[in-house]
Design a protein around this ligand. Sequence first.
Ligand code: ADP
Length: 580
Amino acid sequence: MKRRLLWRLLPAFIAVVAVSLFLFSLVAFRIFDNFHLAQITDELRAQIMLAEPNLRAAADLQQAVQELGERTGTRFTVILPDGTVTADSAEDPAQMANHADRPEVRNAFGGVVGMSTRYSPTLKKDLTYVALRVRTAGETQFVLRAAKPLRGVKEAIRPVFGVILLAALIIAVAAALVSYIVARRMSIPLRHIQEGAEKFAAGELRSRLAVPDTEEFARLARSLNTMAAELDTRIRTITDQRNELQTILTSMDEALIVVGDDETVLRLNRAAGALFHTAVEEAEGKPVVGVVRNRALHEFIREVLATGLSGQREVELYDSDGRVLLTHGTIVPGETRMALLVFSDVTRLKKLENIRKEFVANVSHELRTPITSIKGFVETLRDGAVDDPANARSFLDTIARQSDRLGAIIEDLLALSKIERDTEQGGIARDRANLRPILDAAVQLFRERAAERGIGIVTVCEETLTAPVNAALLEQAIVNLVDNAVKYSSDNGTITLEARRTGNEATISVADTGVGIASEHLPRLFERFYRVDKARSRTVGGTGLGLAIVKHIALAHGGSVSVESEPGKGSTFSLHLPIS
Ligand code: ADP
């Protein structure tokens, strides 16, 4: 139980007052005592001086002394040089002992004023004695001693004792009052400071304490105010930083997870929640094994936590999308070890990488066939066939055909990569152009070849139809489509090249009445080197890149391609290009 300030101050005050009163009384009594003694001594001396002439002349000393004693109320004694008492106003001198050893008497005979205070067993009280020698013609006649009871100090103060007690009581009450007032005066600002500090503790750090008048309290209040201001700024800075971090984490596209040393999820941002199909609030605090079900990832987290080293690992998610994540793991420095994991979705990159690998393999394969063929025929010729003119010509024709094929493949590859590069580097150049002349120019190239096989080419296009296009590229796309239509048409078929406006786009379609394509091939038809019938493609001189080029030209225009086909009936390839 804590005592209040008042109850701490009051006893101290009273103790101080009591001790000072006691000491004061002690000193006062002493002074009073001394004063009293001095007064009595003086009085006795004066009485001796006054009595001396009378006694010197007195015939009967005893009588003179008795008279004196009665008159003054003082006891007078006359002592002869040998110490015998010859006269005494209070006692019978004959009964009295030799007084030579009394200190005052001894001193008086010695020539000085003898003084002594002591207890008189005869009178049973303290007496003060003063003695002087009386001389006649240079001869010491006797010593005259006067004595008076020394009224005790206690006796002397008895009448004022009550007054002193009352004064002490008044002083004690005054002390209590003063200590009460002082305690109150001290406790009021203290209480204000206490209330203010409680407000700070409750989080009201913007409030300020009033600064009291007392120096020490003012300093305390100012210190508390400074502390609150400081705390306020710090807390605000920390809150701002936390909010900032929260915002950054939330708005990050990269998924992020912080895992504690005990493998529980401490933090998980929105992107990570979406990636692992979990709610942020639900996941935080759970073991990571329960949030992300992926053994490779768990192993990686354990590794990072155990070694404290940063690293990265590719992790495949076994979900429906077959996504691949590149996971960066870092240790967050702090009292306890935490692993920070950042995931980037590299599925697309991975796919592109696979496509690239596949493409390189395909190109190598495509190029190897004609090269092997050329090499074979060249070797045959060198081994002697060159001397057989009939065969040699046919071999040379094959070599030439294979060389053309190689050339065609390389040309198509270059065309493809150019379109791709142009698209990546800010897009291809486009101008609004009439489509009709472009269609006509493309068809023109096949007129002869088509006519030879009895294939009719019909062009349907409004003269006024325009679109923002790269005329050269669009012509190449149409050429590729018409080329295929001719290639895969049976004799006497019809090819319809049509351009029309549908909504906000221009659709250019090439329809033939040829062999058609089975539906399972349609989704992959526009891939590089994809062929439905490899042998046929080769015999008709296809590179397997024609449709890929068409598709990339459409994409470069911000458009798309589509195909409809029925085996045995024919196919329709369409280019969809935006008009505005
Ligand atoms: P290719 O140079 O072999 O013709 P393309 O990329 O132009 O390569 O065409 C890919 C494949 O699509 C061809 O091998 C062919 O099997 C099929 N194809 C393309 N156009 C037609 C069409 N008009 N009719 C039937 N099949 C076609």
